[in-house]
Design a protein. Sequence first.
Length: 278
Amino acid sequence: MNQKKPILTGRNITVRFGEGCPYCKTHTELEKGRCPFCHTIWAVRDVSFNLYPGEILGIVGESGSGKSTLLKTLYFDAPATAGDVRLTLYHEGKDNILHCSTQNQRYLRNHLMGMVYQNPMLGLRMDLSSGANIAEKLIAAGNRNAGKMMKRCHGLLQHVEIPVERMKDAPKVFSGGMQQRVQISKAIANNPPILFLDEVTTGLDLSVQAKVLDLIRTIQQELGIAMMIVSHDLAVIRMMSDRTMVMLGGRVVEEGLTDQILEDPLHEYTQTLVSSLL
């Protein structure tokens, strides 16, 4: 699985809310990432990772562990305080994309990355038709041929098992599971090599969760997309991920092959997560 060259690398990524103080700058193990003295929040602290082509990297942790903030930072929804992130398909991995211009960030979001949010309202315009939502992503990447865009919208909706006749319906009239399917189709509209998924099954019925996860796995296998999937549910990570990072208080406390972490967890917090599956 681990090919020689990762498609995306992150080094020492930190997202901090507050200036920090001598105590929290030297003490990394803060409860919930919060300094008891200056009340600075270390949402993400010194996180590093490699994402390889065609793999699924899972990130698991309790609410407030920093996992969603990490994804939002990678997708430019939230600024980083510090860190270095490189994408091999962008300037041959020579540039730290956290420092690139707003225009180049838009290019990366529209061509090389996709995001599926926990809340579909963040990824979709709920009053526009499903087809228009997908077309918006295609237009952002420079597509202008109406016929080709219509054909692409048809194909994407069929791919996520939404009847084409519902292409004109707005996501606001869909169920939560269907909204996530539209969000997925929009996120992969421009064939990005990287897809971020943030708690995409939270709030869905178990049967709907299973269908959404099956769809994501099918898309990953068919298109070879590298994915980073965030969940507080280790059962989801176990089902989906090749490798897993465990986050607590903004830090990565354990990482490795998913099977290895499940069979022999080393960190006390990971052991608690694994025991909850038994």
